[in-house]
Design a protein around this ligand. Structure first.
Ligand code: MTE
Length: 329
Protein backbone atom coordinates (compact mmCIF):
# COMPACT_ATOMS: atom_id res chain seq x y z
CA UNK A 1 0.00 0.00 0.00
CA UNK A 2 2.72 2.39 0.96
CA UNK A 3 4.29 2.56 -2.45
CA UNK A 4 0.96 3.76 -3.81
CA UNK A 5 1.24 6.93 -1.77
CA UNK A 6 2.47 10.08 -3.46
CA UNK A 7 6.20 10.51 -2.92
CA UNK A 8 7.15 11.58 0.58
CA UNK A 9 8.02 15.26 0.79
CA UNK A 10 11.75 15.94 0.79
CA UNK A 11 13.37 15.67 4.21
CA UNK A 12 13.57 19.45 4.49
CA UNK A 13 9.79 19.69 4.38
CA UNK A 14 9.19 17.13 7.08
CA UNK A 15 9.42 18.37 10.63
CA UNK A 16 12.49 16.66 12.05
CA UNK A 17 11.61 14.63 15.11
CA UNK A 18 13.72 16.77 17.46
CA UNK A 19 12.08 19.96 16.25
CA UNK A 20 8.70 18.28 16.50
CA UNK A 21 9.33 17.38 20.13
CA UNK A 22 10.71 20.85 20.83
CA UNK A 23 7.57 22.42 19.37
CA UNK A 24 5.49 20.24 21.64
CA UNK A 25 7.49 21.56 24.56
CA UNK A 26 7.05 25.18 23.49
CA UNK A 27 3.34 24.66 23.14
CA UNK A 28 2.99 22.91 26.44
CA UNK A 29 4.80 25.70 28.23
CA UNK A 30 2.88 28.34 26.76
CA UNK A 31 3.07 35.69 15.52
CA UNK A 32 3.43 37.58 13.45
CA UNK A 33 1.14 37.12 10.43
CA UNK A 34 3.16 39.06 7.88
CA UNK A 35 1.16 41.05 5.35
CA UNK A 36 1.80 39.41 2.74
CA UNK A 37 -19.40 8.52 -9.60
CA UNK A 38 -17.20 5.77 -9.70
CA UNK A 39 -18.78 2.38 -9.30
CA UNK A 40 -17.80 1.14 -5.86
CA UNK A 41 -16.76 2.77 -2.62
CA UNK A 42 -18.17 4.11 0.60
CA UNK A 43 -18.27 7.67 -0.68
CA UNK A 44 -21.29 6.67 -2.69
CA UNK A 45 -23.26 6.63 0.54
CA UNK A 46 -22.93 10.37 0.74
CA UNK A 47 -24.37 10.68 -2.73
CA UNK A 48 -27.21 8.27 -2.03
CA UNK A 49 -26.15 5.80 -4.68
CA UNK A 50 -25.87 2.95 -2.17
CA UNK A 51 -28.83 2.01 -0.13
CA UNK A 52 -28.20 -0.36 2.76
CA UNK A 53 -25.58 -0.09 5.52
CA UNK A 54 -22.67 2.28 5.08
CA UNK A 55 -20.29 -0.64 4.45
CA UNK A 56 -17.57 0.25 2.07
CA UNK A 57 -15.54 -2.83 1.34
CA UNK A 58 -12.70 -1.60 3.51
CA UNK A 59 -10.26 -4.29 4.55
CA UNK A 60 -8.32 -3.36 7.69
CA UNK A 61 -4.61 -3.41 7.01
CA UNK A 62 -2.42 -5.10 9.60
CA UNK A 63 0.78 -3.38 8.39
CA UNK A 64 0.54 -0.23 10.45
CA UNK A 65 3.42 2.24 10.23
CA UNK A 66 5.21 2.63 13.54
CA UNK A 67 4.19 5.76 15.40
CA UNK A 68 7.05 8.26 15.34
CA UNK A 69 6.58 9.87 18.73
CA UNK A 70 4.18 9.40 21.62
CA UNK A 71 4.19 12.86 23.15
CA UNK A 72 2.57 13.90 26.41
CA UNK A 73 -1.14 14.52 26.15
CA UNK A 74 -2.45 18.03 25.55
CA UNK A 75 -5.61 19.39 27.15
CA UNK A 76 -7.84 18.36 24.24
CA UNK A 77 -6.15 15.09 23.29
CA UNK A 78 -7.96 11.79 23.47
CA UNK A 79 -6.05 8.87 24.98
CA UNK A 80 -7.78 6.42 22.63
CA UNK A 81 -5.42 4.43 20.40
CA UNK A 82 -4.42 6.32 17.27
CA UNK A 83 -5.47 5.06 13.87
CA UNK A 84 -2.42 3.98 11.89
CA UNK A 85 -0.72 6.42 9.52
CA UNK A 86 -1.36 3.90 6.78
CA UNK A 87 -5.13 3.88 7.35
CA UNK A 88 -5.37 7.66 7.79
CA UNK A 89 -3.57 8.25 4.50
CA UNK A 90 -5.13 5.53 2.33
CA UNK A 91 -8.79 5.60 3.40
CA UNK A 92 -9.96 9.03 2.35
CA UNK A 93 -12.87 11.10 1.10
CA UNK A 94 -11.61 13.67 -1.38
CA UNK A 95 -14.01 13.73 -4.30
CA UNK A 96 -11.73 15.97 -6.34
CA UNK A 97 -9.70 12.78 -6.85
CA UNK A 98 -12.47 10.19 -7.18
CA UNK A 99 -15.15 8.57 -5.09
CA UNK A 100 -13.44 5.41 -3.85
CA UNK A 101 -11.71 5.51 -0.52
CA UNK A 102 -8.36 4.57 -2.06
CA UNK A 103 -8.58 6.98 -5.02
CA UNK A 104 -7.12 10.05 -3.26
CA UNK A 105 -3.97 8.20 -2.13
CA UNK A 106 -3.41 6.95 -5.68
CA UNK A 107 -4.28 10.16 -7.50
CA UNK A 108 -3.68 13.22 -5.33
CA UNK A 109 -0.03 13.48 -6.45
CA UNK A 110 -1.34 15.72 -9.26
CA UNK A 111 -2.08 18.40 -6.66
CA UNK A 112 0.75 20.93 -6.50
CA UNK A 113 0.73 22.01 -2.86
CA UNK A 114 3.65 24.47 -3.10
CA UNK A 115 3.75 27.32 -3.82
CA UNK A 116 0.24 27.88 -2.39
CA UNK A 117 -1.51 31.13 -1.61
CA UNK A 118 -4.26 31.60 0.94
CA UNK A 119 -6.58 34.60 0.92
CA UNK A 120 -8.22 35.75 4.16
CA UNK A 121 -10.79 38.43 3.44
CA UNK A 122 -14.37 39.63 3.81
CA UNK A 123 -15.53 41.24 7.06
CA UNK A 124 -12.05 41.83 8.49
CA UNK A 125 -10.01 44.95 9.19
CA UNK A 126 -6.76 43.34 8.02
CA UNK A 127 -7.37 41.24 4.88
CA UNK A 128 -4.38 39.11 3.85
CA UNK A 129 -3.09 37.25 0.86
CA UNK A 130 -0.30 35.08 2.13
CA UNK A 131 1.97 32.22 1.13
CA UNK A 132 0.97 29.12 3.06
CA UNK A 133 4.45 28.52 4.48
CA UNK A 134 4.61 32.09 5.70
CA UNK A 135 1.23 31.61 7.34
CA UNK A 136 2.27 28.33 8.96
CA UNK A 137 5.54 29.71 10.26
CA UNK A 138 3.76 32.70 11.82
CA UNK A 139 2.17 30.56 14.54
CA UNK A 140 3.42 27.82 16.84
CA UNK A 141 2.21 24.46 15.60
CA UNK A 142 0.18 22.41 18.04
CA UNK A 143 -0.51 18.70 18.06
CA UNK A 144 -4.12 17.70 18.67
CA UNK A 145 -5.13 14.06 18.92
CA UNK A 146 -8.79 14.14 17.89
CA UNK A 147 -11.51 11.66 17.09
CA UNK A 148 -12.88 12.11 13.56
CA UNK A 149 -16.41 10.83 12.93
CA UNK A 150 -17.50 10.64 9.30
CA UNK A 151 -21.19 11.05 8.47
CA UNK A 152 -20.87 7.58 6.86
CA UNK A 153 -20.60 6.08 10.39
CA UNK A 154 -16.89 5.26 10.52
CA UNK A 155 -14.33 6.99 12.70
CA UNK A 156 -10.61 7.40 13.30
CA UNK A 157 -8.27 8.91 15.91
CA UNK A 158 -5.84 11.31 14.22
CA UNK A 159 -2.82 13.14 15.66
CA UNK A 160 -3.12 16.39 13.72
CA UNK A 161 -0.55 19.15 13.64
CA UNK A 162 -1.86 22.65 13.08
CA UNK A 163 -2.84 26.15 14.10
CA UNK A 164 -5.98 26.99 16.06
CA UNK A 165 -8.14 28.82 13.52
CA UNK A 166 -9.00 31.44 16.17
CA UNK A 167 -5.38 32.60 16.27
CA UNK A 168 -5.42 33.35 12.55
CA UNK A 169 -8.81 35.08 12.80
CA UNK A 170 -7.57 37.26 15.66
CA UNK A 171 -4.75 38.49 13.44
CA UNK A 172 -7.08 39.66 10.67
CA UNK A 173 -9.44 41.37 13.15
CA UNK A 174 -13.05 40.48 12.27
CA UNK A 175 -15.36 43.49 11.96
CA UNK A 176 -18.50 43.70 14.09
CA UNK A 177 -20.49 42.54 11.03
CA UNK A 178 -18.66 39.18 10.80
CA UNK A 179 -21.00 36.35 11.81
CA UNK A 180 -19.74 33.38 9.79
CA UNK A 181 -16.59 32.05 8.15
CA UNK A 182 -16.69 30.62 4.62
CA UNK A 183 -13.96 28.28 3.31
CA UNK A 184 -13.15 27.41 -0.30
CA UNK A 185 -11.06 24.59 -1.77
CA UNK A 186 -8.84 25.13 -4.81
CA UNK A 187 -10.68 24.90 -8.13
CA UNK A 188 -8.40 23.53 -10.83
CA UNK A 189 -9.65 20.52 -12.79
CA UNK A 190 -6.16 19.93 -14.23
CA UNK A 191 -4.77 19.34 -10.73
CA UNK A 192 -8.02 17.92 -9.37
CA UNK A 193 -9.42 15.75 -12.15
CA UNK A 194 -12.55 14.84 -10.18
CA UNK A 195 -13.70 18.42 -10.76
CA UNK A 196 -14.20 17.52 -14.43
CA UNK A 197 -17.20 15.48 -13.34
CA UNK A 198 -20.33 17.23 -12.04
CA UNK A 199 -20.66 14.91 -9.05
CA UNK A 200 -20.62 17.95 -6.72
CA UNK A 201 -20.77 21.71 -7.29
CA UNK A 202 -17.13 22.81 -7.50
CA UNK A 203 -15.22 24.21 -5.79
CA UNK A 204 -15.96 22.44 -2.49
CA UNK A 205 -17.13 25.05 0.02
CA UNK A 206 -17.80 24.91 3.75
CA UNK A 207 -18.69 27.24 6.57
CA UNK A 208 -18.85 27.76 10.32
CA UNK A 209 -20.53 30.23 12.60
CA UNK A 210 -17.90 32.70 13.86
CA UNK A 211 -18.11 31.41 17.44
CA UNK A 212 -17.53 27.85 16.18
CA UNK A 213 -14.56 29.05 14.15
CA UNK A 214 -13.10 30.81 17.18
CA UNK A 215 -13.56 27.81 19.48
CA UNK A 216 -10.17 26.54 20.72
CA UNK A 217 -10.88 23.02 19.41
CA UNK A 218 -11.13 24.25 15.80
CA UNK A 219 -7.89 23.66 13.95
CA UNK A 220 -6.33 24.51 10.62
CA UNK A 221 -4.31 21.36 10.08
CA UNK A 222 -0.97 21.43 8.32
CA UNK A 223 0.25 17.95 9.21
CA UNK A 224 -0.41 14.64 10.91
CA UNK A 225 1.78 12.22 12.85
CA UNK A 226 4.36 15.01 13.06
CA UNK A 227 4.78 15.13 9.26
CA UNK A 228 3.57 17.49 6.60
CA UNK A 229 -0.02 16.81 5.57
CA UNK A 230 -0.22 14.35 2.65
CA UNK A 231 -2.11 15.66 -0.40
CA UNK A 232 -4.89 13.11 0.03
CA UNK A 233 -5.60 14.46 3.53
CA UNK A 234 -6.02 18.01 2.26
CA UNK A 235 -2.55 19.55 1.95
CA UNK A 236 -1.37 22.12 2.46
CA UNK A 237 -4.14 23.36 4.79
CA UNK A 238 -7.43 21.77 5.88
CA UNK A 239 -10.05 22.43 8.48
CA UNK A 240 -10.60 20.11 11.48
CA UNK A 241 -13.72 20.57 13.62
CA UNK A 242 -13.75 17.44 15.77
CA UNK A 243 -17.32 17.70 17.13
CA UNK A 244 -18.79 17.86 13.60
CA UNK A 245 -19.10 15.25 10.87
CA UNK A 246 -15.95 14.91 8.79
CA UNK A 247 -17.41 16.60 5.71
CA UNK A 248 -17.11 19.96 7.50
CA UNK A 249 -13.32 19.43 7.39
CA UNK A 250 -12.74 21.10 4.03
CA UNK A 251 -9.42 20.27 2.37
CA UNK A 252 -6.80 22.20 0.39
CA UNK A 253 -8.16 25.61 1.37
CA UNK A 254 -7.37 28.67 -0.78
CA UNK A 255 -9.80 31.19 0.69
CA UNK A 256 -11.19 32.02 4.14
CA UNK A 257 -13.85 34.73 4.02
CA UNK A 258 -15.64 36.25 6.98
CA UNK A 259 -19.27 36.93 6.09
CA UNK A 260 -22.48 38.47 7.41
CA UNK A 261 -24.69 35.71 6.01
CA UNK A 262 -24.57 31.95 6.55
CA UNK A 263 -22.36 30.57 3.78
CA UNK A 264 -23.45 27.88 1.34
CA UNK A 265 -21.91 24.47 1.95
CA UNK A 266 -21.23 21.77 -0.63
CA UNK A 267 -23.06 18.80 0.89
CA UNK A 268 -26.01 20.91 1.95
CA UNK A 269 -26.29 22.14 -1.64
CA UNK A 270 -26.05 18.55 -2.90
CA UNK A 271 -28.76 17.27 -0.55
CA UNK A 272 -30.15 19.61 2.10
CA UNK A 273 -32.43 16.93 3.55
CA UNK A 274 -29.44 14.73 4.39
CA UNK A 275 -26.66 17.20 5.23
CA UNK A 276 -27.29 20.25 7.39
CA UNK A 277 -25.14 23.35 7.86
CA UNK A 278 -24.31 22.51 11.48
CA UNK A 279 -23.54 18.78 11.02
CA UNK A 280 -22.82 18.32 14.72
CA UNK A 281 -22.21 14.64 15.49
CA UNK A 282 -25.49 13.50 17.01
CA UNK A 283 -26.39 9.86 17.71
CA UNK A 284 -30.04 10.91 18.10
CA UNK A 285 -30.45 12.32 14.62
CA UNK A 286 -30.21 9.54 12.08
CA UNK A 287 -29.14 10.10 8.53
CA UNK A 288 -32.24 9.49 6.41
CA UNK A 289 -30.60 6.33 5.03
CA UNK A 290 -28.78 4.92 8.07
CA UNK A 291 -28.49 5.14 11.85
CA UNK A 292 -25.98 7.48 13.46
CA UNK A 293 -26.23 5.75 16.85
CA UNK A 294 -23.00 3.78 16.42
CA UNK A 295 -19.82 3.80 14.39
CA UNK A 296 -17.04 1.56 13.13
CA UNK A 297 -13.52 2.59 14.21
CA UNK A 298 -11.20 2.04 11.26
CA UNK A 299 -8.65 -0.65 12.09
CA UNK A 300 -10.85 -2.12 14.85
CA UNK A 301 -13.51 -4.77 14.73
CA UNK A 302 -17.01 -4.22 16.04
CA UNK A 303 -19.00 -1.05 16.52
CA UNK A 304 -18.99 1.49 19.31
CA UNK A 305 -21.70 3.93 20.38
CA UNK A 306 -21.45 7.38 18.85
CA UNK A 307 -21.20 10.15 21.44
CA UNK A 308 -23.03 13.50 21.30
CA UNK A 309 -20.75 16.07 19.70
CA UNK A 310 -18.34 13.18 19.07
CA UNK A 311 -17.37 13.18 22.75
CA UNK A 312 -16.65 16.94 22.91
CA UNK A 313 -20.00 17.97 24.47
CA UNK A 314 -18.35 19.35 27.58
CA UNK A 315 -16.36 21.79 25.46
CA UNK A 316 -18.96 22.79 22.83
CA UNK A 317 -22.57 22.06 23.91
CA UNK A 318 -22.90 25.65 25.20
CA UNK A 319 -22.50 26.98 21.67
CA UNK A 320 -25.91 25.50 20.83
CA UNK A 321 -27.88 26.34 23.96
CA UNK A 322 -31.51 27.06 23.12
CA UNK A 323 -31.26 25.54 19.62
CA UNK A 324 -33.32 22.59 18.43
CA UNK A 325 -30.55 20.32 17.18
CA UNK A 326 -33.02 17.97 15.51
CA UNK A 327 -34.16 20.81 13.27
CA UNK A 328 -30.80 22.58 13.01
CA UNK A 329 -28.85 19.44 12.16
N1 MTE B 1 -12.78 18.49 1.25
C1 MTE B 1 -12.82 18.56 -0.10
N2 MTE B 1 -12.31 19.63 -0.71
N3 MTE B 1 -13.35 17.55 -0.85
C2 MTE B 1 -13.92 16.44 -0.27
O1 MTE B 1 -14.41 15.56 -1.00
N4 MTE B 1 -14.48 15.30 1.82
C3 MTE B 1 -14.91 15.55 3.19
C4 MTE B 1 -13.82 16.25 4.00
N5 MTE B 1 -13.23 17.34 3.24
C5 MTE B 1 -13.91 16.36 1.14
C6 MTE B 1 -13.31 17.41 1.88
C7 MTE B 1 -15.32 14.32 3.88
S1 MTE B 1 -16.81 13.66 3.38
C8 MTE B 1 -14.59 13.78 4.90
S2 MTE B 1 -15.20 12.49 5.81
C9 MTE B 1 -13.24 14.26 5.22
O2 MTE B 1 -12.82 15.30 4.36
C10 MTE B 1 -12.27 13.10 5.09
O3 MTE B 1 -10.99 13.48 5.50
P1 MTE B 1 -9.80 12.41 5.41
O4 MTE B 1 -9.79 11.88 4.01
O5 MTE B 1 -8.55 13.16 5.75
O6 MTE B 1 -10.14 11.32 6.41
Amino acid sequence: MRDKLPPEPPGSEVTPEKLYLRRRELIKNAGLFAGTAAVVGGGLYLLGLKRTQPMDGFVPDAGAVAQPVVPARGAFDTAEPRTSYEDITTYNNFYEFGLDKNDPARRAHTLKTRPWTVVVDGEVHQPRTVDVDQLISSFPLEERVYRMRCVEAWSMVIPWLGIPLGKLLEQVQPTSFAKYVAFTTLEDPEQMPGQKSPVLDWPYVEGLRLDEALHPLTLLATGLYGKQLPAQNGAPLRLVVPWKYGFKGIKSIVRITLTREQPRTTWNLANGREYGFYANVNPEVDHPRWSQASERRIGDSGRRPTLPFNGYAEQVADLYRGMDLKRDF
